[in-house]
Design a protein around this ligand. Structure first.
Ligand SMILES: [Cu+2]
Length: 464
């Protein structure tokens, strides 16, 4: 760090020409960010064949500024889409997350509630909780292509890993429906009283169903192969939502009227801890690859980040009114949150806390982000990672063995691709440069940017 930055950190009050402590802090923060960027670039410079550090720094800094500026107007096309169910309109808004705007609005079955995107991102299932059907949206056209009759009042949905089956909590009919994705029809049902939401264990063996039967609130455990109930966890309050953590063992459960997320150990099938939050936490999740879990808390209108190791909230970001649901973008850097109370969606940059707000329809509840899989890349004949805004997008990409991945520097600054397995990468990619590597062996391949080691990415190669 420079001496000037150290001085700023030490003694804000002594700076002249700054009116308030807040303004001073903002300036410090901006200055520190710039210094850190320059500092990280400077560390790389001895390896670059350039003569004068100061000239290079000025040039790179200008490039950085250009990159940050262009990112805000959508430097790369075909960004991820978020699907948002507007409960009172019976429509779904399609939000282009990079552009920060609604690209389509389409009618669906009445009272859109549960919503999932199938692996590969081809379809979105939306349950019509005021109807008896589930609308299936084709994401290529963003229109409802099929409708599945499931019984009265379907609510929560969940995808079984592998993507062949979607489970529906059919509240009015007191059952969980197994929907065959290929034929868009109900293949089986299992009786569960007043089912509300569903979490599927990541290994695909069991579903945990929140049951809101009055006087007998519980989590009902369904064996997915045998298609029968194999256990229950009794609760003293109505369950709202439950989600498995990435370890496949911990469940995060919210209960009506309790300002804390319940932590369930699914090996013992009992509550082993809780995470105190603001009033009315609705959904809590630890997304894969994230150090912090995040809860949507309706009362204060916040997302609250928690440490899964200590079960304590250590960061809060204000979003819109009465936030309902959230999802994460494929590159793992942004959250999208639906705000039922003010008809908006918040797009939150996790690292900086910066936010864009997008107006959607009336009473947005569930929200789901489209992710793209190996099959989809295979169908398109190419798997592409865009380097933009100092990030690999997507940060994790899945391909089939034998396929190539292409990286393209869509940023204004130089970047690189350096593999942890020692394979030859691209040490320096100037803007517009690209690089490809073919992956023959199934496995997980981690890499970093050779210029900015904090930029990380992964290629997951699936067996053909
Ligand atoms: Cu980089």
């Amino acid at each position: 760090m420079t001496l000037q930055t150290l001085f700023l950190f030490q003694s804000p009050a002594k700076r002249t020409g700054i009116d308030s402590k807040r303004e001073c802090e903002q300036r410090e923060s901006r200055h520190a960010e710039t210094t850190i960027v320059l500092w990280s670039l400077r560390m790389q410079l001895p390896s670059l064949p350039f003569p004068r550090t100061s000239t290079i720094l000025r040039g790179l800094c200008a490039l950085c500024v250009a990159a940050f500026a262009s990112a805000t107007v959508g430097a790369w096309a075909a960004g991820p889409k978020a699907y948002v169910g507007n409960f009172k309109d019976s429509t779904v808004s399609v939000v282009d997350i990079d552009q920060g705007q609604v690209s389509a609005t389409l009618p669906v079955a009445a009272g859109p509630d549960g919503m999932v995107v199938t692996p590969g991102g081809a379809s979105v299932f939306v349950s019509g909780s005021s109807a008896s059907s589930i609308s299936v949206i084709d994401t290529a056209t963003d229109r409802v292509s099929r409708t599945v009759e499931v019984g009265s009042g379907p609510q929560g949905l969940a995808v079984v890993p592998g993507g062949k089956t979607v489970l529906a909590a059919v509240n009015g009919a007191d059952l969980v429906a197994f929907i065959d994705v290929a034929s868009a029809s109900v293949a089986a049902t299992v009786p569960v009283p007043k089912p509300h939401t569903i979490a599927v264990r990541p290994d695909g063996t069991q579903a945990y169903v929140a049951s809101q039967e009055p006087g007998k609130f519980s989590v009902v455990i369904v064996d997915l192969a045998a298609r029968k109930v194999v256990g229950t966890i009794a609760l003293d309050k109505p369950p709202r939502d439950l989600e498995f953590g990435p370890d496949g063992k911990t469940l995060y459960l919210t209960l009506a009227g309790l300002a804390a997320v319940q932590v369930i150990d699914s090996a013992a099938n009992r509550i082993v801890g809780q995470i105190p939050t603001g009033v009315s936490p609705h959904v809590a999740q630890v997304f894969a690859g994230q150090a912090r879990g995040v809860a949507v808390v309706q009362g204060p209108g916040e997302v609250e980040f928690f440490d899964p190791a200590t079960n304590t909230v250590d960061r809060k970001i204000a979003v819109g009114k009465q936030p309902h649901w959230l999802d994460i973008t494929p590159e793992g850097r942004r959250l999208v949150v639906s705000n039922e109370g003010d008809n908006t969606v918040s797009i939150v940059d996790i690292a900086s806390g910066q936010m864009r707000t997008v107006a959607v329809g009336n009473a947005p509840r569930k929200i789901a982000v489209q992710h793209v899989s190996a099959a989809d890349h295979a169908a398109k004949g190419a798997a592409r990672v865009s380097i933009a805004n100092f990030a690999f997008m997507p940060a994790e990409i899945a391909v089939a063995a034998g396929q190539s991945v292409n990286w393209r520097n869509d940023d204004g600054a130089p970047h690189g691709v350096q593999f942890k397995d020692g394979a030859t990468g691209a040490p320096l990619m100037l803007p517009k440069a690209d690089f490809s590597r073919k992956f023959d062996k199934p496995g997980s391949y981690d890499y970093v940017c050779s210029v900015h080691p904090y930029m990380t990415g992964r290629v997951v190669v699936e067996a053909p």
